[in-house]
Design a binder for this molecule. Structure first.
Ligand code: PEP
Ligand code: MG
Length: 428
């Protein structure tokens, strides 16, 4: 008889913010195992699959023992005897067992942990790396986006834009690109320090200086890129994630942004001027709130030919909402977070819908992370094109880039064509 799932076992471990999270082991009938840890967001979208938390006074109500128990009892019973290579069956069984539209009964954290650990166990059973098991051949290393200045809800400072990311655009290998980012990151520390700013870190390993405005932060990035010996917009480009649902006022329909109240139209003007002033900015994520769909559509018509407009909170990796974004022309790229939707299978569907409709895809970490490097393998396996995983500090972030370096080496040794998005002429 071929190998089957013997047991799924979960435990409570801790994430990079010191909050409890779910870790799952999937154990196959021949003893082979797969393990996965589940990340957790802070600026979460309203329509994300539900992360089950225990409530009560223990660990400020953030415990995940209910989710752990759901894995160890109901999910274990439902998956015992199943084929670990049939990922869709595993995921659909859990979706049906949960029975809610947003995984709120068993918890998306419980379900995703099992889903990812099953893929790992299956890869281990075949004796191949996870990226190979999920992706086969003809794989591409993603372009990496590194969040080097943290603001918004990821830092205790006055900047409302949550993320300032730098991305190496002129490089021949991933290793070279990541070296360029490390150089710039170190130079940024010096630039901030010399200008009298604090160089403490935010949640994603970027610096969290008490700069007052988004423009000031972008100016610091320009300075750091140049002082590190690169040209902004030629060697290294910039992306921002205002995560604007966080400063949107539902009652007025306006944005309370860095000391002034702006209408959606004024916000759009602001972004257009920002990109004019700083042409190294090539990508803006969640420029408008998840409750301000029309502004996304208008902004995509206005700026979509010039820059990448990434939907994160707006579509929460949900294939149905992505279909609507495609239909309405809201954004031109999708941020992909496995825990927003809660299974590997649905995440693959979300990516297929996006790519089929010429939307770019960027695989993302969460602000609360673990040491698990699943997303690096996943980004390569799916030829995602882009990946963001924080700055070149805090090992839960850096390990994900290190995993890309290992994969690049392995692909080279195995004789694969190594291409580094987006320099490749085949880019889609
Ligand atoms: C990574 C992000 O933050 P969080 O995990 O807090 O949602 C994001 O908004 O893109
Ligand atoms: Mg975001």
């Amino acid at each position: 008889m071929s190998v089957y799932i013997d047991k799924v076992k979960a435990r409570e471990v801790f994430d990079s913010r010191g909050n409890p999270t779910v870790e799952v082991d999937v154990i196959l009938s021949d003893g082979v195992r797969g393990r996965a840890e589940v990340p957790s967001g802070a600026s979460t979208g309203e329509k994300e699959a539900v992360e089950l938390r225990d409530g009560g006074s223990r660990l400020e109500g953030k415990g995940v023992l209910k989710a752990v128990d759901n894995v160890n009892t109901e999910i274990n019973d439902a998956l015992h005897g199943k084929d670990p290579f049939n990922q869709a069956d595993i995921d659909n069984t859990m979706i049906k067992l949960d029975g809610t539209p947003n995984k709120s009964r068993l918890g998306a954290n419980a379900i995703l942990g099992v889903s990812m650990a099953t893929a790992r166990a299956a890869a281990n059973e075949q004796g191949v790396p996870l990226y190979r098991y999920l992706g086969g051949t003809d794989l591409e290393i993603p372009q990496t986006f590194h969040n080097v200045i943290n603001g918004g809800v990821h830092a205790q400072n006055d900047i409302d834009t949550q993320e300032f990311l730098i991305t190496p655009i002129k490089r021949t290998t991933t290793r070279e690109g990541i070296e360029m980012i490390a150089n710039t990151y170190h130079t940024l520390k010096k630039v901030l320090h010399d200008a009298g700013y604090d160089t403490g870190l935010g949640d994603e390993g970027g610096f969290a200086p008490n700069l007052k405005t988004t423009e000031d932060a972008v100016k610091m990035l320009y300075k750091a890129i140049e002082e590190a010996g690169y040209k902004p917009g030629v060697d290294i480009a910039i992306a921002i994630d205002p995560a604007s649902s966080e400063f949107y006022d539902e009652k007025t329909g306006n944005y309370n942004f860095e000391g002034s109240e702006k209408t959606p139209k004024e916000m759009a003007d602001y972004y257009e001027n920002l990109v004019k002033e700083f042409p190294a900015i090539i990508s803006i994520e969640d420029p408008f709130s998840e409750d301000d769909w029309d502004s996304f559509v208008k902004f995509t018509k206005r700026m979509g030919g010039k820059i990448q407009i990434v939907d994160d909170d707006l579509v929460v990796t949900n294939p149905e909402i992505i279909r609507k974004a495609v239909k309405d022309g809201a954004g031109n790229a999708i941020l992909i977070k496995l825990n927003q939707i809660g299974t590997v299978t649905e995440t693959l569907e979300a990516m297929r819908v996006a790519r089929k409709n010429n939307f770019k895809t960027m695989i993302s970490h969460r602000s609360g992370e673990t040491g698990d490097t699943f997303i690096s393998d996943f980004a390569v396996a799916t030829n995602a094109g882009e990946m963001k995983s924080g700055a070149m500090a805090r090992s839960e972030r850096v390990e994900k880039y290190n995993q890309l370096l290992r994969i690049e080496e392995e692909l080279g040794e195995a004789g694969d064509r190594i291409s580094v998005y987006p320099n490749d002429v085949d880019k889609d």
